[in-house]
Design a protein around this ligand. Structure first.
Ligand code: ZN
Length: 129
C-alpha cells in the first residue's frame, strides 16, 4: 500500500494521544515515511528536568533510523493546537534527510505542506549545495 500524506497525518494524530506531556499539557504526535516505505511514529516525551524533553518529530526520525533507515521522505506533525510547526531543532534533524523532505502540518481542514528547505533556509550542513 502506498502511503499518502493524509495517511501520514492520520498516523501523527493517532499517536499524539500517547505523548508524555504532564508539565506542558501540550501533546504532539509525528509520523515519518522512511525510505523503506514504512511509517514510524513519535511523540513528545517530557521530563521533570525540562531541558531533557524530546520532541515528537525527532523521536519519530530516531525510530526510523533505529529500524535501519538513513532518510525519511516526509514528516507529518499534529499538535494539540492546529498549525503546530516543528521547532528549530527538529527542522535541523529533518533537514538531514535532504532539502526536499516534505513537512505536513496538521492545520485543521486542510493540512499545510512545506519542503524542509523552505522552513530552514541557509541551514547548517556538511553537503555542498
Ligand atoms: Zn522539536
Amino acid at each position: 500500500m502506498e502511503v499518502n500524506q493524509s495517511d501520514l497525518l492520520e498516523a501523527a494524530r493517532t499517536v499524539r494521544k500517547n505523548a508524555y506531556a504532564p508539565y506542558s499539557g501540550f501533546k504532539v504526535g509525528a509520523a515519518v515515511l522512511a525510505e523503506d516505505g514504512r511509517v514510524y511514529t513519535g511523540v513528545n516525551v517530557e521530563n521533570a528536568s525540562y531541558g531533557l524533553t524530546t520532541c515528537a518529530e525527532r523521536n519519530a526520525v530516531a525510530a526510523a533510523v533505529a529500524a535501519g533507515n538513513r532518510r525519511v521522505t516526509a514528516v507529518a506533525v499534529s499538535g494539540d493546537r492546529p498549525g503546530t510547526m516543528p521547532c528549530g531543532a527538529c527542522r535541523q534533524v529533518i533537514n538531514e534527510s535532504g532539502r526536499d523532505t516534505v513537512v505536513i502540518v496538521d492545520g485543521g481542514p486542510e493540512p499545510r505542506v512545506y519542503k524542509i528547505g523552505e522552513l530552514l533556509p541557509e541551514s547548517f550542513t556538511f553537503d555542498d549545495e
